[in-house]
Design a protein around this ligand. Structure first.
Ligand SMILES: [Zn+2]
Length: 85
Protein backbone atom coordinates (compact mmCIF):
# COMPACT_ATOMS: atom_id res chain seq x y z
CA UNK A 1 0.00 0.00 0.00
CA UNK A 2 1.32 3.39 -0.95
CA UNK A 3 1.07 6.33 1.35
CA UNK A 4 2.02 10.01 1.12
CA UNK A 5 5.38 8.85 2.45
CA UNK A 6 6.06 6.93 -0.76
CA UNK A 7 5.55 10.03 -2.84
CA UNK A 8 7.90 11.91 -0.55
CA UNK A 9 10.38 9.04 -0.74
CA UNK A 10 10.55 9.10 -4.55
CA UNK A 11 11.02 12.86 -4.52
CA UNK A 12 13.89 12.65 -2.06
CA UNK A 13 15.52 9.54 -3.49
CA UNK A 14 17.62 11.43 -6.05
CA UNK A 15 19.02 13.67 -3.38
CA UNK A 16 19.86 10.67 -1.25
CA UNK A 17 21.67 8.90 -4.09
CA UNK A 18 23.53 12.10 -4.98
CA UNK A 19 24.99 12.15 -1.46
CA UNK A 20 23.60 15.63 -0.92
CA UNK A 21 21.03 14.55 1.67
CA UNK A 22 21.63 15.58 5.28
CA UNK A 23 21.77 13.05 8.11
CA UNK A 24 18.14 13.51 9.12
CA UNK A 25 16.85 12.99 5.59
CA UNK A 26 19.01 9.89 5.14
CA UNK A 27 17.63 8.46 8.34
CA UNK A 28 14.03 9.08 7.25
CA UNK A 29 14.67 7.47 3.86
CA UNK A 30 16.36 4.43 5.44
CA UNK A 31 13.48 4.08 7.89
CA UNK A 32 10.94 4.16 5.08
CA UNK A 33 12.65 1.46 3.00
CA UNK A 34 12.57 -0.77 6.07
CA UNK A 35 8.83 -0.22 6.44
CA UNK A 36 7.86 -0.31 2.78
CA UNK A 37 8.86 -3.21 0.45
CA UNK A 38 7.72 -1.31 -2.66
CA UNK A 39 10.06 1.58 -2.02
CA UNK A 40 12.84 -0.78 -1.04
CA UNK A 41 12.66 -2.38 -4.50
CA UNK A 42 12.79 1.03 -6.16
CA UNK A 43 15.65 2.08 -3.94
CA UNK A 44 17.62 -1.12 -4.53
CA UNK A 45 17.24 -1.20 -8.32
CA UNK A 46 17.99 2.51 -8.64
CA UNK A 47 21.10 2.14 -6.53
CA UNK A 48 22.32 -0.80 -8.61
CA UNK A 49 21.63 1.00 -11.89
CA UNK A 50 23.50 4.05 -10.66
CA UNK A 51 26.42 1.91 -9.49
CA UNK A 52 26.72 0.45 -13.00
CA UNK A 53 26.38 3.91 -14.50
CA UNK A 54 29.03 5.43 -12.24
CA UNK A 55 31.40 2.52 -12.83
CA UNK A 56 31.10 3.02 -16.57
CA UNK A 57 31.38 6.77 -16.36
CA UNK A 58 34.94 6.38 -15.11
CA UNK A 59 35.82 4.77 -18.44
CA UNK A 60 34.05 7.38 -20.57
CA UNK A 61 30.55 6.19 -21.37
CA UNK A 62 29.43 6.74 -24.96
CA UNK A 63 26.41 9.06 -25.12
CA UNK A 64 24.09 6.36 -26.48
CA UNK A 65 24.91 3.99 -23.61
CA UNK A 66 24.28 6.78 -21.14
CA UNK A 67 20.88 7.45 -22.71
CA UNK A 68 19.98 3.77 -22.56
CA UNK A 69 20.85 3.56 -18.88
CA UNK A 70 18.78 6.62 -18.09
CA UNK A 71 15.85 5.09 -19.95
CA UNK A 72 16.12 1.87 -17.92
CA UNK A 73 16.17 3.90 -14.75
CA UNK A 74 13.11 5.90 -15.75
CA UNK A 75 11.20 2.74 -16.69
CA UNK A 76 11.94 1.22 -13.32
CA UNK A 77 10.66 4.26 -11.49
CA UNK A 78 7.62 4.85 -13.66
CA UNK A 79 5.22 2.07 -12.52
CA UNK A 80 5.61 3.18 -8.92
CA UNK A 81 4.85 6.76 -9.80
CA UNK A 82 1.69 5.60 -11.53
CA UNK A 83 0.54 3.63 -8.49
CA UNK A 84 0.77 6.65 -6.26
CA UNK A 85 -1.47 8.83 -8.41
ZN1 LIG B 1 6.91 3.48 0.28
Amino acid sequence: MHTYKCKWFLEELNEYLDDTADAELRQRIEQHIHECPNCWVVFDSTKKTLAVYKGMEAQNVPADVEQRLLKVLQQKLKPNHDEIR
